[in-house]
Structures are given as structure tokens and as C-alpha cells.
Design a protein around this ligand. Structure first.
Ligand code: RM4
Ligand code: MN
Ligand code: MN
Length: 431
């Protein structure tokens, strides 16, 4: 009998089917790691402490600029989105945070939303502003930019929107604002590079001044899209400059999809750690550009190398190091909840694998200029299948050993399809 609620009882019942095999695989991995002087239990504890926020806009079906093919049972309101996030949380346990996007997730009753979120064991993570689209009734258009627009009235409107996001976020218990703008140019000469960056910075200063003391603002760079020639905050150097000019509450956010193909993102991560400005991540994967594919689906080795830098900073007690981990993906052809669960598992896998790197051996190889020795050290960690370790961490937290199978067997999607009939004009999602 299926349980569309996916509650603890259902998860426990499904887990019984896989527990013996998990124990066997976990013990085998434990013995393998013990030979390398690694205590599997210590890593399980680290993994249990790991969390990544899910994006509210990730539970609906996304689309491309050509089309969007809605999936069955899509959430129609922010409350229904939170319900879907709660389902992911019950199965995965490492996703108590939900990142919201305004105005997509705007509600007349933030108090009710806050209670709704809390009742499901969740909390509101970073707030995301949206000045890359026009909203119905909006006075000024963002067609030619927002925070960097030549017209001060447009900039003012965009600033006010960001301040409203902070206000809503305060009511919801959030403590961070994430700012990504679509400002840029499609043609050479369209945007004055220096002036537009100055205007962006000036607008951000006004937003920064409105931040409560315990808040942070994340600035997110992106090399192209929607503008195809130039972008105002186009790379990590610009982002770093902007965050430094703003002050200590401003940090840089790295969206893995916002770089040119083959860019050494792990090195960017390392640089931002070194200068104390790494604010957080939008995890996803890409083949060509900002493809918003599922984390770890295309370049798992790169994801591992990013986590190698992160875990190195964590283990060495780098001061002030507390990046916010979030997913930012567009699920165009999958059940969004399945994509989210697989992505969470992949990100967690990379986090666990990064703990298997023998850091003394690596430092020693580096010191002796032993390139193959250093690579072999990383590869040994990367080639270790930590699936049983990650599943055991989830199991001990009350999550599912096999989240996707448990979800599929529950009939959750089928029930939501009945409860949430398709809308002709489905709101939000990355379209
Ligand atoms: C952008 C960027 C932002 C996200 C929007 C929907 O490319 O990644 O973080 O909020 O997409
Ligand atoms: Mn992003
Ligand atoms: Mn993006």
C-alpha cells in the first residue's frame, strides 16, 4: 500500500527492504577506509552535519526560451511549493532550508507562510530578488537593465524591490539576500562598461544600507545571458570588487553554471576563500553555459574538486568561512523532486569524498613536486564509492536509504496530480 504523504512510517517501511544490503556495503566500505586509516563513523558524522538549501523555483517544471512543458501535479502556490520541499526534506534530511524568489513566492501573509514552513521542520534560506523580469502593473521596465539602468527612476524601483525582499525575508526569518541581475548589453557600444558598473555599485550600496546587522548580501556574477554581449557583474573579479567596496556583509556567490566552458571554477572558489569573500553557491551543472542541469550530472569530478577546496578550508579552520549552499536548477524534463533528490545526493557525495583526501599525503606530494602523486591522491578519494556512507548518514537521520524509489512507490506525484489540476498559466519557474 502506498503512502502519498511520504511520512516517517512509510520511509521506515521502505527502508526495511534495503537495510541488510546497506549494512553489508557500509561495513565493506568501512573496512576499505580503515585500511587507509580513515574512520568511516567520523565521516558519517560530518555528512550528517552537511546541509544544502533547495530553491522554491526548482519544484516546478522549468523551461527554455523555446518552450515549457509543464509536468503533472505542479505546485501552484508558495504553500504547495513548500509542501514539495518538505517531501524532499523528509526523504533526504539534509535540506531544511528553502530559498525563496520574490515576487514568485510573494504572499499576503508572511506570518502564515513562516508558520507553515516551521511546521514542516523547514526554514527560509536566502531571499532572491528579481529585477530581470517585468511584473504586471510595474511602472518602469527592466528591458534595458535594473540596478545599473541609466535612468535613476528605474534604479530606484529596482533598489526598492530589493529592500522589499529584505523586509519580507525578515518576516520569514531569512538572513540573506541574493542579488542576480540580468543587466547587460547585446551589442558592442550598447552599455558603457565603467558607468554601468558604477551605477550597479551605487544601487547596491543603498540595498546594503538597508540590511539588518545579522544579514548578508550575496552578489552573483554571470558571464552572459539574458544579455549576449556583456554583463554588468560578469565574473568573480568584478564580483569581488563589488563585494569589497560594499563592506563585510557583502559576499560573492558562485553559481556553477555562470562560467565559460572549461573555466577552472575550483580555483575561483579557492581565491574567494583566500580573500574571505566566498558567500555561497548555487549548485547545478552545465555542458555549455547556464544550462541549469542537475548538480553532478555532467562533471562530477569538477564538483568533487570544488568540494576539495571547501572541505580543505573547513578542516583547516579558515576564519569566517561559512558558505551558504544552495541548489539553483531548472528541471525541464524530469520530475523536479527526483532531480532535487539526486542533486542533493550528488552534492553530498562530493562533500563526503572530499573528506577522503589524505591531506598530508597531498601536501607532501606538492612539496616534492610529485604531480602524479598529487593527482593519484585526489583520484583515490574521487574513485571511492561513498554511496553506502551517504545513505547511512541519511538513514540515521530518519531519511530514505533509496529516496527516489521510496518516493516513486509512495504515489506522491499521482496524488498531487489529482489535487493540483494543471493550470493554463502556471506561475513562476525559470522560463
Ligand atoms: C539566473 C541566476 C539566478 C536565478 C535565476 C532564476 O541565471 O542563476 O540565481 O535566480 O537565474
Ligand atoms: Mn543562480
Ligand atoms: Mn543561472
Amino acid at each position: 500500500m502506498a503512502n502519498a504523504l511520504v511520512d516517517a512510517e512509510w520511509i521506515e517501511r521502505e527502508n526495511r527492504k534495503g537495510k541488510a544490503a546497506l549494512d553489508e556495503d557500509f561495513d565493506a566500505l568501512g573496512r576499505q577506509l580503515a585500511r587507509r586509516a580513515i574512520d568511516i563513523e567520523a565521516i558519517v558524522e560530518r555528512v550528517r552535519g552537511f546541509a544544502v538549501a533547495v530553491p522554491s523555483w526548482g519544484v516546478g517544471t522549468g523551461g527554455t526560451r523555446f518552450a515549457r512543458f509543464p509536468g503533472p501535479g505542479e505546485p501552484r502556490t508558495v504553500f504547495e511549493k513548500i509542501d514539495d520541499c518538505a517531501t524532499v526534506f523528509r526523504l533526504m534530511r539534509s535540506t531544511p532550508g528553502v530559498s525563496l524568489h520574490i515576487p514568485w513566492d510573494k504572499t499576503d501573509s508572511p506570518g502564515e507562510l513562516r508558520a507553515f514552513v516551521r511546521a514542516r521542520g523547514l526554514h527560509v534560506d536566502a531571499m532572491n530578488s528579481n529585477t530581470f523580469q517585468d511584473q504586471p502593473g510595474q511602472v518602469h521596465s527592466y528591458k534595458f537593465g535594473s540596478l545599473s539602468h541609466p535612468d535613476p527612476a528605474v534604479r530606484h524601483q529596482a533598489i526598492e524591490h530589493n529592500i522589499e525582499c529584505i523586509r519580507i525575508g525578515v518576516a520569514l526569518g531569512s538572513r540573506a539576500l541574493s542579488v542576480w541581475i540580468g543587466d547587460g548589453g547585446n551589442f558592442p557600444g550598447q552599455m558603457p562598461f565603467r558607468q554601468s558598473l558604477e551605477r550597479y555599485l551605487e544601487s547596491l550600496r543603498a540595498i546594503y544600507d538597508a540590511l539588518p546587522d545579522d544579514w548578508r548580501v550575496f552578489v552573483e556574477h554571470k558571464l552572459y545571458e539574458p544579455a549576449f554581449y556583456s554583463t554588468v557583474n560578469n565574473d568573480w573579479g568584478t564580483s569581488y570588487y563589488v563585494a569589497s567596496e560594499l563592506g563585510p556583509k557583502a559576499l560573492c556567490l558562485v553559481d556553477l553554471g555562470h562560467h565559460a566552458p572549461n573555466v577552472n571554477i575550483e580555483m575561483i572558489v579557492s581565491r574567494l576563500i583566500q580573500v574571505g569573500k566566498l558567500g555561497g553557491f548555487h549548485f547545478n551543472d552545465s555542458m555549455y553555459g547556464d544550462d541549469d542541469l542537475d548538480a553532478g550530472s555532467i562533471k562530477p569530478f569538477q564538483l568533487f574538486l570544488v568540494f576539495n577546496e571547501l572541505v580543505d578550508a573547513e578542516l583547516s579552520g579558515t576564519s569566517g568561512f561559512a558558505p551558504a549552499y544552495m541548489l539553483d536548477q531548472s528541471h525541464n524534463v524530469t520530475d523536479p523532486l527526483e532531480s532535487l533528490m539526486m542533486s542533493v545526493a550528488e552534492v553530498t557525495r562530493a562533500y563526503a569524498q572530499a573528506h577522503l583526501v589524505d591531506r598530508h599525503e597531498l601536501a607532501d606530494a606538492q612539496q616534492r613536486c610529485d604531480a602524479i602523486g598529487a593527482l593519484a591522491c585526489l583520484k583515490r578519494a574521487f574513485h571511492t564509492d561513498v554511496s553506502p556512507l551517504v545513505a547511512m548518514a541519511r538513514f540515521r537521520d530518519g531519511g530514505a536509504i533509496d529516496p527516489i524509489a521510496t518516493y516513486r512507490a509512495s504515489g506522491y506525484r499521482e496524488q498531487k496530480t489529482r489535487e493540483r489540476p494543471a493550470q493554463t498559466s502556471a506561475a513562476a519557474g525559470i522560463v
